[in-house]
Ligand binder design. Structure first.
Ligand SMILES: C[S@@+](CC[C@H](N)C(=O)[O-])C[C@H]1O[C@@H](n2cnc3c(N)ncnc32)[C@H](O)[C@@H]1O
Length: 189
């Protein structure tokens, strides 16, 4: 009986042709462009993830806060935000926490300030604008609610001459700062 074999691969007795010879194995080139592209895609995904996470957290907060008629959640988040914000200025240089005000009209008078107030001129200009809006404060008792680090209250007291200036804030960090730094910088007059 004959058992035929279907053709099966066999080792070629012939030497490899030159074209089949893989030659010496070279180390793989670093694929810099590919890595860069992957990195960029990674960063884009990460940013997208952060944005989405931020939106979800914010929407959840707005949704939950809408049921909180007492406003305590709102106060809690605000309080936490300002406590954190206050901790960010580790050098403790800033006594104000507002966006500032600049009168851009060409005939705007220059507001005179001590050299030590110049670094926070724009923020203090806002105090000058708002605190002097109701009129002359001389001899009045003034209360600032949300006085932050006290730079604005200090400015109001020193330049607008109320009889008494009181600052009030629920951020204990801001009040601590006021006690330590603002009074050091501008001792009570
Ligand atoms: C944007 S900062 C401005 C601080 C300061 N007026 C200034 O211009 O530098 C707002 C401040 O108001 C305080 N604040 C917000 N709501 C408050 C409230 N209901 N009672 C007391 N302080 C409050 C915050 O803790 C924060 O320090």
């Amino acid at each position: 009986m004959l058992f035929g074999r279907k053709s099966s691969p066999r080792a070629s007795p012939l030497p490899l042709k030159k074209s089949d010879d893989p030659g010496p194995i070279k180390p793989k080139k670093k694929c810099t462009l590919k890595m860069l592209a992957l990195g960029l895609v990674g960063i884009m995904f990460f940013r997208f993830f952060l944005t989405m996470a931020g939106r979800i957290v914010f929407s959840t907060f707005v949704f939950v806060a809408s049921f909180d008629k007492s406003g305590s959640l709102d106060r809690f988040v605000n309080h936490a935000f300002y406590q954190i914000l206050d901790g960010l200025d580790t050098q403790g240089e800033l006594t104000c926490m507002n966006w500032g005000y600049v009168d851009l009209s060409p005939d705007a008078p220059k507001i005179e300030m001590d050299a030590s107030d110049e670094p926070e001129r724009w923020c203090l200009q806002m105090y000058n604008k708002i605190a002097s809006a109701p009129g002359d404060l001389t001899g009045l008792n003034v209360l600032e609610v949300g006085s932050g680090r006290g730079g604005g209250s200090s400015y109001t007291k020193r330049y607008l001459h109320p009889a008494k200036m009181t600052g009030l804030d629920y951020s204990s960090k801001a009040v601590d700062f006021l006690t330590r730094k603002t009074r050091q910088k501008h001792p009570r007059r």
